[in-house]
Design a protein around this ligand. Structure first.
Ligand code: HEM
Length: 468
């Protein structure tokens, strides 16, 4: 009935067409879209950000009884604003982030220790575990031992794998599929209960810590601040100022852990792979690190956060940006929903349509990045002379040439801390070791889609200590 044209795409056969799509898992979407993109050409870039700030409702939320009151899933509105502001202003603001510096220093030691364990370590495993250690600590304010961190990591992974692989059957006709696939709902429920049983004691411990205030016993493993502390203070004005329930806090903690662990460890793996493959870039970075960290009397043990701040290490920042351009951890952003009919390049994007962006394609577009788009050239982010970062902007305010964190109102809420984590850990890993390619285990840039797009053949370099 619509008078305007829908964007081009494959012929749509009602019902039957939808059923055919169910054969595909989320991992198949990218090659399918790339094929369509080649056939039908690009459409346009969206300008009207607010109209795309909603999220489509996950069909599984109501079936599983999971809350939509989390930042990634909430619609653009007061609850989303409240929760996002709470994370950004209360936990990830500059002063709070500084308070977590000892946590990062501890995780740096944990990471370097893990990397030293084997001659050719599977570095991705070490990155994932270290990022979990860090985010669990920031989330619950407690430095947990390895078995406890591993238990949380496994529970989160099992839940994510299950919802992404086994619950897609509920996207279509949930009223029927809920009966056909009862067992899957049961397993999903058990996995949620597992998550709950691990998180609730930590949340309750934090409630008690807050209640005791100054009288709380001092423990070396307990941090003064945590994300959970801020969540315990949140009240929902539109619901009679009620506090968040434990289930809502569990869901928000799970979101915090998932949003910040795989994304960052994937970014670290791609960047380190490029440094192994491009020894000249690695040496240039190492030279910048040495020049910046030469203490008055002797070499400093770590690349401290003060050294990373500001414009003291432009080459390090250029390396990270180049890594995110060429290998964005997510090849798409999270799904957006059109809040109203929209006109895009003469086509109609109807209200309610799910919209996404081909993030990896943008960063590799030769029209924007020239013939060297598929090469690793951090210098492209530096002004002539190399002493200063060129005016690149991952926020998308000065034009969008790459968007590894998304852009607009739904831009990644953890962008600044994610950049800090990437810079701090990359700098310290290069300071500590020379990263070398192992004959027979050459770096292979083939990609595999998991929750993020990871290396199909995990990076296994030889790490040569740079000091005794
Ligand atoms: C290299 C690391 C990271 C990358 C590449 C990344 C990327 C992204 C992307 C692409 C989105 C979706 C944007 C959209 O839908 O348009 C997103 C959303 C989000 N990210 Fe990140 N992220 C990273 C690290 C983090 C960290 C460390 C945190 C928090 C601790 C975080 C918290 C979030 C949250 C809460 C959202 C949802 C924002 C919303 O819906 O309003 N992320 N991120």
């Amino acid at each position: 009935k619509r008078s305007r044209r829908l964007p081009p795409g494959p012929p749509a056969v009602p019902l039957f067409g939808n059923l055919l799509w169910l054969r595909n898992s989320a991992a198949d979407v990218e090659p399918l879209l790339l094929g369509l993109f080649k056939q039908y050409g690009p459409i346009a870039l969206i300008r009207d950000g607010v109209a795309l700030s909603d999220r489509p409702r996950a069909a599984t939320s109501s079936l599983l009884g999971v809350t939509d009151n989390i930042i990634t899933r909430a619609n653009y509105g007061p609850v989303w604003r409240l929760l996002r502001r709470n994370l950004v202003s209360e936990t990830l603001n500059h002063a709070r982030v500084k308070q977590f510096a000892p946590a990062r220093a501890w995780v740096r030691r944990v990471l370097l220790e893990k990397l030293r364990e084997e001659e050719n370590p599977n570095v991705m495993e070490a990155f994932q575990y270290s990022m979990f250690c860090l985010l669990v600590l920031m989330c619950f304010g407690e430095r947990l031992d390895e078995p406890a961190v591993r238990a949380i990591e496994e529970a989160e992974r099992a839940w994510l794998i299950y919802i992404s692989r086994k619950l897609t059957v509920f996207f279509f006709l949930p009223c029927v599929s809920r009966h056909l696939f009862r067992d899957r709902l049961r397993v999903a429920h058990e996995l949620r209960m597992r998550q709950r049983s691990l998180f609730v004691p930590l949340i309750e411990a934090r409630r008690e810590y807050k209640r005791l205030g100054r009288q709380a016993p001092e423990k070396e493993t307990t941090f003064q601040h945590s994300y959970v502390d801020t969540l315990l203070d949140v009240t929902l004005p539109d619901e009679g100022n009620r506090p968040l329930t434990n289930d809502e806090i569990v869901a928000l903690c799970s979101e915090f852990l998932n949003a910040g662990t795989d994304t960052t460890s994937t970014g670290l793996q791609w960047i380190m792979a490029e440094l192994v493959k491009n020894p000249a870039v690695q040496e240039k970075l190492h030279a910048e690190i040495q020049a910046t960290c030469r203490g008055e009397n002797e070499e400093e043990e770590e690349v401290s956060e003060e050294k990373i701040e500001g414009n003291k290490m432009p080459y390090l920042k250029a390396v990270i940006l180049e890594g995110l351009r060429k290998h964005p951890p997510g090849h798409f952003v999270l799904p957006h929903k059109a809040a109203q009919d929209m006109d895009v390049g003469g086509y109609l994007v109807p209200k309610g349509a799910t919209v996404n962006f081909m993030v990896a394609e943008m960063g590799r577009d030769e029209k924007e990045w020239g013939e060297t788009a598929m090469e690793f050239v951090p210098e492209r982010f530096l002004e002539e002379g190399g002493s200063k970062l060129a005016a690149v902007d991952v926020y998308g305010t000065k034009g969008i040439k790459m968007m590894p964190f998304g852009v607009g109102r739904r831009i990644c809420a953890g962008l600044s801390i994610a950049m800090l984590h990437l810079e701090y850990f990359v700098a310290n890993m290069v300071k500590e070791f020379e990263w070398k390619e192992v004959p027979g285990q050459e770096v292979d840039f083939a990609e595999k889609r998991e929750f993020t797009t990871v290396m199909a053949k995990p990076l296994r370099p030889r790490l040569v200590p740079r000091r005794d």
